[in-house]
Ligand binder design. Sequence first.
Ligand code: SF4
Length: 121
Amino acid sequence: MNRKITCVMCPVGCRITVEMNGDEPVISGNRCTRGRQYVIDELIKPKRVLTTSVKVEDGDLPLVSVKTSGPIEKKIIMDKMKEIKKKTVGAPVKIGEIIIENIDGNGVDLLATRKVKKIHK
Ligand code: SF4
């Protein structure tokens, strides 16, 4: 196996090559150790930051954009999207407000990324 992975840990974006020597990955092209760890995580337990939106009640917008406070395991993203789809928050919503605490069970929260004002009926 010979695989190329772009490291997303910093703006440099090193193109890292992974070759398998038996069970040992041989990693090259990374300028720092964070790249090595990123590639190992990507091969074993890939993670992504989840961005989507959540329904808002009594807001000047019907939805608020949200994202996870850090990457979560890729394999749980579809289940978390179903959970988020069922969620409704009441306005007002502040930027950075926790919408779902500890969404991944490992300390990553789902946060609002914009403000929604309350409308008075
Ligand atoms: S390997 Fe290091 S320098 Fe290269 S993109 Fe990743 S974090 Fe940045």
